[in-house]
Design a protein around this ligand. Structure first.
Ligand SMILES: *Cc1c(COP(=O)(O)O)cnc(C)c1O
Length: 382
């Protein structure tokens, strides 16, 4: 499936995106969401590559942004400002002003003080900005601790005990209109029960808010649908049908109310691979190492979260298999992609693919050790 001969002339390591798979995945998500009239905002932080963003904006996706630069990138890549949700616990004044100037769909507000600041900045511009309250629903996403966001101990959102006070406060603001309640419980969620639990919480909160005289036109349940890192070839398209059916079964929307979700990883992950070259094979008494030219600077997820990525030797082989630790060149012991990987006997110069790297891969690359940032190549261009 990889164009190996073409890869030989490209400078490793690099990201390779399967554009046909990306389109099929995005289309599958859209079709399933449209069955129920739901709106998808693509979370740019998973992968902000301009070519991929142009594809999504052309298909009719909205955008979910977590910085001013992401808001600008979304607009530059064809997303309508009216489709942009802007989340984040620490929005700077200039980032808020950018959003106000473009009349974005919603500022997903994460604290009382932020609400006051957005109201003041909007007032100074004579604009009424649209706000969503990001509510921390205290739902356990059963995912990695570093990517759980919806528990009381997390920094995100407005906690349940403050909610009614804050909602009433927003209603009194002159330059802020409350249009949405927003939730996001975490990422790489592979069971559907946390989403069902979230919906039940949303239903309960809607009733409480209504009793307090607060109604909203939109409900945004965030992102978090997981992908199959173990079987990228077999499960290349995530379970969108089951995800949206779960939301539909459990959420109680009011007449005319619109449901939004913010998917990042599930749209982008499977279409990307990090392609790297074997530099050296170290065969020691206790361990065999394959040293590759990609490192944690190119793909930090294994080092940061202990995340698993399937590694394949994509150079045609006949030789027997061996067990290796696959490591990068960076001067950190955590610069290990995986341990005890069974691979065909690997040699200097072999090309390897680190799979399911399309989300939270290229966007997290750094220049530590003064390394170059990895380039991106696309299946329809190489
Ligand atoms: C990261 C993030 C998302 C996307 O999460 P995925 O797990 O990649 O789908 C959605 N909404 C918000 C607010 C986020 O921070």
């Amino acid at each position: 499936m990889f164009p190996i001969e073409k890869f030989r002339s490209l400078p490793t390591p690099f990201y390779f995106y399967d554009v046909a798979l990306f389109r099929r995945t995005a289309q599958a998500a859209l079709s399933e969401a449209q069955k129920y009239g739901y709106i998808i905002h693509y979370a740019l932080k998973a992968n902000a590559n301009e070519k991929l963003l142009h594809l999504l904006s052309g298909m009719g996706f909205g955008a979910d942004c977590v910085s001013g630069a992401e808001v600008q990138r979304a607009i530059d890549c064809g997303f309508s400002p009216k489709s942009i949700a802007f989340a984040g616990v620490g929005k700077r004044d200039d980032e808020i002003c950018l959003g106000i100037d473009h009349r974005i769909f919603s500022f997903n507000c994460e604290s009382e003080q932020e609400i006051e600041v957005i109201n003041e900045l909007a007032k100074a511009k004579g604009v009424v900005a649209q706000a969503a309250l990001r509510i921390n629903p205290n739902v356990d996403a059963h995912t990695h601790a570093h990517i759980t966001t919806g528990l009381d101990e997390n920094k995100f959102g407005i906690n349940l005990w403050q909610l009614l006070d804050v909602a009433k406060k927003v209603k009194q603001m002159s330059n802020l209109k409350l249009v949405c309640i927003h939730f996001h419980i975490g990422s790489q969620i592979t069971e559907f029960s946390p989403f069902a639990e979230l919906c039940a919480k949303v239903n309960e909160l809607q009733e409480q808010l209504e009793q307090a005289g607060v109604t909203v036109e939109h409900v945004n349940v965030g992102g978090g649908l997981g992908v199959d890192y173990e079987h990228p070839a077999e499960n290349s398209i995530p379970e969108f049908a089951a995800y949206f059916a779960t939301l539909n079964r459990h959420i109680k929307l009011r007449p005319g109310q619109k449901l939004h979700c913010e998917l990042g990883r599930s749209i982008a992950a499977q279409c990307g691979s990090l392609i790297t070259k074997c530099l050296y094979v170290k065969e020691l008494q206790k361990k065999n190492f394959v040293v590759v030219d990609a490192g944690m600077t190119d793909l930090i997820r294994p080092a940061l979260y202990g995340a698993y990525h399937k590694i394949e030797n994509i150079t045609p082989q006949h030789a027997a298999e061996k067990v290796y630790d696959v490591v990068g060149p960076i001067c950190e012991s955590s610069d290990t992609f995986d341990k005890d990987v069974t691979l065909p006997q690997t040699q200097r110069g072999d090309l390897m693919a680190i799979r399911t790297a399309g989300a939270y891969g290229e966007v997290m690359a750094s220049r530590y050790n003064l390394r170059q940032l990895p380039k991106a190549f696309f299946s329809d261009e190489v």
